[in-house]
Ligand binder design. Structure first.
Ligand code: FEO
Length: 169
């Protein structure tokens, strides 16, 4: 595998684990506010991010590339309002999309089509994650100020269940 592509993929493992940590911090914030549905949603999101990291880890191993695990940064966002984690989540997903796009472009440049095909799943996943994040912002902006609606929103988010990623390596 091209050295730069392998390095970018290796870095992405760390970024995905950081994402998991960031989402766990959001779950932590909502849990402290008594919003267990929101906390549930972000706990599952954190699990999905670990899955993303492990898919890239496995992909590198499957291609005989060495993986180097680096330190995971401390979640650095400060949340005050109930909307804050949601807006931070969307900004973070947009950032992750840009990272995936960079890896994709690097792979395409060296005609590493196995990697672009592998990343196709992540490109689609990023689209879904950005949509979920922006839908949540819309709902919170519409209903978050009303206690009864917030209760129902929290109940709705309690229903999210974890499922393993659809991508099999
Ligand atoms: Fe792994 Fe939320 O992107």
């Amino acid at each position: 595998m091209d050295k730069k592509v392998a390095e970018l993929l290796n870095d992405q493992i760390n970024k995905e684990f950081y994402s998991a940590y960031l989402y766990l911090d959001m779950a932590n914030f909502y849990s402290n506010k008594g919003l267990d549905g929101f906390a549930n949603w972000y706990e599952i999101q954190a699990k999905e991010e670990q899955d993303h990291a492990m898919l890239i880890y496995q992909y590198l191993h499957n291609n005989n590339e060495k993986v180097t695990l680096e330190a995971i940064a401390k979640p650095d966002k400060t949340f005050t309002t109930l909307l804050d984690p949601l807006t931070a989540g969307l900004a973070h997903e947009q950032y992750v999309t840009s990272l995936i796009n960079t890896i994709y472009a690097a792979a395409q440049e060296v005609k590493d089509f196995r990697t672009t095909q592998f990343l196709d799943w992540f490109i689609k996943e990023q689209g879904e994650e950005e949509k979920n994040s922006s839908d949540q912002i819309t709902k919170m902006e519409l209903f978050g100020d009303d206690a009864r609606s917030l209760y129902m929103l929290n109940e709705e988010l309690k229903g999210r269940v974890y499922s393993a990623p659809s991508l099999v390596l």
